[in-house]
Design a protein around this ligand. Structure first.
Ligand SMILES: *Cc1c(COP(=O)(O)O)cnc(C)c1O
Length: 462
């Protein structure tokens, strides 16, 4: 290419103002939110990097598709548009719309998994794990060792450990109703899975006669990372890589709130006709009629367009580059981050940034509070508040203490990213003055959403 600058491949037609607040206002807001960024009002946040789920901006083509939404209860034209779009990309015969990803998981696992069954995955996402367990199954994570190392130069830290999968299938094959592979591997930091790895996993599943399902939430970002990191793939389009990935599997679950570029929605797709009949029976109970499945006709239209826009090369180049660019800036400034940067988010490594805060005082949580107070940035702790409590009530610090800066799709521009880099560098500079936090009250499960916390030593920053 003749010029180096990678531009946002869109111009802005509708704007949503974001509100500047003073540091004093943010201190008051976070105190009123019991020192939990999940309890903040969105209007008090300047740059919202809490999640990339359902937070993206839609294109003119999606909005115009929405105007064409057919809201008929049964047999709506919008379903045909949706089904065609999903089939063109995934190749799967049966397409079942759901209101979001976890609804697809719920239907799939309650149809396929019996008590005591084992469902291997590279790493289960939390809703996937919860739905396997809710169906009485055991959710088994088989990531490669590099997956849990904060610093690495492995290009595909999201891969599944194929030797461990083979071992599991040999020992427990009759108890494994399906294998899943999550692309990108969200729980391991948005890290991609290589096409070679999917091929190997697929071959093992076929050898043992076990169906393979893809947790496809970020299939397009994964395809782009394969294109740019897997030696023989650079000449292929993200679409052809994605198509091959799906062709290696028997079905998929999808959250359209990610690479469906929509604010809500999801689907379940598969080739097995009798399995599809059972899934549709359950769909009618919990979601709706098979041609809308818990969505409005206009949602189906928005997803049909969004899935294709997610595969656009200019978009993917801009998206993945924004994260990489932020990573480069932070590494240059000596900020400890998880490397290499992955698909949808950048992860700050709070254990290395705040080595003086013990894990019992939740360093990553403290960091998330300081990022908000100093710069109005909202980010999620992925550490011991989120994962530190076992079902029996005991506390075990999580392996890593991370703060995730997740980027909504097509929402922020380079100046927003530059601002984030500046704030993070500033906070890194005051790291030695940041103190830990303690939990005041919390529910027994998924406590990070609603917990109340307080500084452990009177002040958060000394
Ligand atoms: C978001 C997500 C899900 C669940 O999708 P929802 O639409 O939030 O229900 C499942 N798996 C992965 C990898 C995800 O990122």
């Amino acid at each position: 290419m003749k010029f180096q600058t990678i531009i946002e491949p869109f111009r802005i037609k509708t704007v949503e103002p974001i509100r500047q607040t003073t540091e004093a206002e943010r201190r008051a807001a976070i105190e009123a939110a019991h020192n939990n960024v999940f309890l903040l009002k969105a209007r008090d946040v300047l740059i919202d990097l809490l999640t990339d789920s359902g937070t993206g901006a839609m294109s003119v083509f999606q909005w115009s598709g929405m105007m064409k939404g057919d809201e008929s209860y049964a047999g709506a034209r919008s379903f045909d548009v949706f089904e065609k779009s999903v089939r063109d990309i995934t190749g799967f015969t049966h397409v079942i719309p759901t209101h979001q990803g976890r609804a697809a998981e719920h239907i799939l696992f309650h149809t396929m998994v019996r008590p005591g069954d084992i469902v291997p995955n590279n790493t289960h996402f939390d809703t996937t794990r919860a739905n396997v367990e809710d169906a009485g199954g055991i959710a088994l994570d088989l990531p490669i060792a590099e997956g849990s190392q904060a610093v690495s130069n492995h290009p595909f830290k999201g891969n599944m450990d194929t030797a461990a999968l083979e071992d599991t299938l040999e020992r427990y094959g009759d108890r494994v109703p399906l294998v899943m592979i999550t692309v990108t591997n969200n729980s391991e930091g948005g890290q991609p899975v290589s096409l070679i790895n999917v091929r190997e996993v697929s071959a093992l599943c076929r050898r043992f006669g076990v169906p393979l399902f893809i947790d496809a939430c970020r299939f397009a970002e994964n395809a782009w990372l394969i294109k740019t990191r897997e030696a023989s793939m650079c000449a292929r389009t993200p679409r052809s890589i994605a198509q091959e990935m799906f062709s290696l599997a028997d079905g998929c679950t999808m959250s359209a709130k990610k690479d469906g570029m929509s604010n809500i929605g999801g689907f379940l797709a598969m080739n097995n006709g009798s399995l599809a009949v059972k899934c549709r029976t359950r769909l009618v109970l919990t979601e709706g009629f098979p041609t809308y499945g818990g969505l409005a006709g206009y949602d189906l239209e928005a997803i049909a367009v969004g899935l294709n826009e997610a595969l656009d090369e200019d978009y993917l180049r801009y998206r993945i580059r924004s994260i990489e660019y932020l990573g480069e800036k932070l590494l240059l400034a000596g900020v400890p981050i998880v490397t290499p940067t992955g698909g949808h988010a950048l992860y700050l490594d709070a254990r290395r940034m705040l080595p003086h805060i013990p894990q019992s005082e939740y360093p990553a949580w403290a960091l998330s509070l300081v990022l908000y107070i100093e710069g109005g940035i909202r980010a999620a702790e992925i550490g011991s508040v989120m994962f530190g409590r076992r079902p029996d009530g005991s506390e075990h610090p999580s392996e890593l203490e991370l703060v995730r800066l997740a980027f909504p799709r097509r929402v922020y521009t380079q100046s927003h990213v530059d601002y984030v880099a500046e704030v993070v560098q500033h906070v890194n500079g005051m790291a030695s003055r940041i103190r830990g936090v303690r939990i005041v009250e919390a529910p027994p499960v998924l406590r990070h959403f609603t917990a109340h916390l307080a500084p452990a030593h009177g002040r958060l920053v000394t």
